[in-house]
Design a protein around this ligand. Structure first.
Ligand code: IMP
Ligand code: MG
Length: 175
């Protein structure tokens, strides 16, 4: 089976939208420091681009979790692969995600981070597939809502490939 990737959201559109969200975050967190938490690996490209466009002070940390589950379905529990380096107590935290699908991973992650007593906890995602939502999670900043299709690029992978594409693409399979 071979795959091809079709452009869904071109690079210029992604960049323009990240600029807009960065501006909004800078307004909303005026006078504060934003502590960005990148959920690896998918959120890495988005977080770097977003951070460059935020004009209030920014600090950053990284974590990696995997959701237990088979195939493309995530389950209700997450496994910590890499925890944060620093405490988030008293900080204004923004979780930076690549995509929210069922919402299960994010829901569990938020539950965990809330126990660490941040001053505030918000979520910023590059992509959202609202039709796929199973758990009702609050998302504060969304760059794009997309239909229920498997996407790659800008950090998102298929089988660890295509993360480096500068646009969002849809994978199509042919045999
Ligand atoms: P959730 O727990 O179902 O919300 O799973 C979210 C995670 O599934 C994301 O962080 C991605 O790693 C992965 N994922 C969901 N949809 C896609 C997609 O279309 N392309 C690539 N990864 C995806
Ligand atoms: Mg993710």
């Amino acid at each position: 089976m071979t795959e091809t990737v079709k452009v869904l959201i071109p690079e210029e559109d992604v960049d323009k939208k990240i600029e807009e969200i960065g501006r909004q975050i800078s307004i909303d967190y005026s006078g504060k420091t934003v502590h960005l938490i990148c959920v690896l690996k998918g959120g890495a490209f988005f977080m770097c681009e977003l951070a460059k466009r935020i004009t209030v002070p920014v600090s950053m940390d990284f974590m990696a979790v995997s959701s237990y589950g088979s195939g493309t379905e995530s389950s209700g529990s997450i496994k910590m692969i890499k925890d944060l380096d620093e405490s988030i107590e008293g900080k204004d935290v923004v979780i930076v995600e690549d995509i929210i699908d069922s919402g299960r991973t994010l829901d569990k992650l938020m539950e965990l981070l809330k126990t660490r007593k941040p001053n505030s906890l918000a979520v910023c995602t590059l992509l959202d597939k609202p039709d796929r939502r199973v758990v009702d999670v609050k998302v504060n900043y969304t760059c794009f809502n997309i239909p229920d299709e498997f996407v790659v690029g800008y950090g998102l992978d298929y089988d660890q490939k295509y993360r480096n594409l500068p646009y969002i693409g849809v994978v199509e399979f042919e045999d």
